[in-house]
Design a protein around this ligand. Structure first.
Ligand code: G2H
Length: 241
């Protein structure tokens, strides 16, 4: 299976950056890797219409309900109209700053499934949860929204909160252990192995991407800060091929 590289611009970027990423990734690398760029919602139209943008279109969030009286929200139906293939849900920054709960994230999951957009469910533990060895329980709770569902293709991004934007990366053993735990949980819930891809996220960059991608259990990367640098992002995608 191709490695999956997803850029998460967070609340960054510009129309100019779209052009720069298009130029840096144009027509190359994609035989062996699948690349997705998750921009802020205002750029989705330009991304979908861009003449030379090779990565797929991704979004960073969607509403947990269908269209209706929810001022400021963006529905999965709207994302689908703009050609969005993947959408992040449950990113720790939204869990923390927007107080998103697992129940709300479960609603977003359902909306995405209803509109045939592949959910990228972000999960991860804090430093304290890792220190106190409660990370399994925390990840298990975050994954529980997948239970009792009709399985559809899903991407899980394992992003230890203490590794996000800090330059600190877990050891290969820690990544292996966390991804094995996630794979067991999700397949036990009835998801066929072919429906599940598990990414690592947290301070991934052009320097460490090849090493991270060489870990057998890592199906790809979710890249934040480094995805804002066109040549770094192109190099990460190249490393995945
Ligand atoms: C984690 C990651 C991308 P960064 O948030 O989602 O960001 O690569 O900047 O640590």
């Amino acid at each position: 299976m191709k490695k999956l590289i997803i850029a998460n611009w967070k609340m960054n970027g510009s129309l100019r950056l779209l052009d720069e990423i298009a130029a840096a990734t144009q027509g190359q690398f994609f035989a062996n890797a699948e690349a997705v760029v998750c921009t802020p919602a205002p750029y989705l139209h330009a991304l979908g219409q861009h003449k030379s943008f090779t990565p797929k279109t991704g979004a960073q969030n969607c509403a947990s309900t269908a269209n209706g009286a929810h001022t400021g929200e963006i529905s999965a139906a709207m994302l689908a109209e703009f050609g969005v293939s993947y959408c992040l849900i449950g990113h720790s920054e939204r869990r923390q700053s927007q107080l998103e709960t697992n129940a709300m994230i479960g609603g977003k999951l359902q909306q995405l499934k209803d509109h045939s957009i592949i959910p990228v469910l972000c999960i991860g533990e804090t430093q304290a949860e890792r220190d106190h060895a409660t990370w399994c329980a925390v990840l298990g709770e975050q994954l529980a929204i997948l239970a009792n569902q009709n399985p559809t293709p899903i991407v899980i991004a394992y992003e230890p909160i203490w590794a996000i934007g800090t330059g600190r990366i877990p050891t290969p053993d820690d990544i292996y252990e966390a991804l094995a735990f996630i794979r067991t949980c999700v397949t036990t819930m009835g998801y066929p192995a072919g429906y599940l891809r598990i990414l690592y996220g947290g301070s991934a960059n052009a320097e460490n991407a090849a090493r991270l991608l060489s870990l057998a259990s890592v199906d790809g990367l979710l890249v934040g800060g480094a995805s804002l640098n066109p040549s770094q992002f192109a190099q990460i995608v190249a490393n995945a091929g």
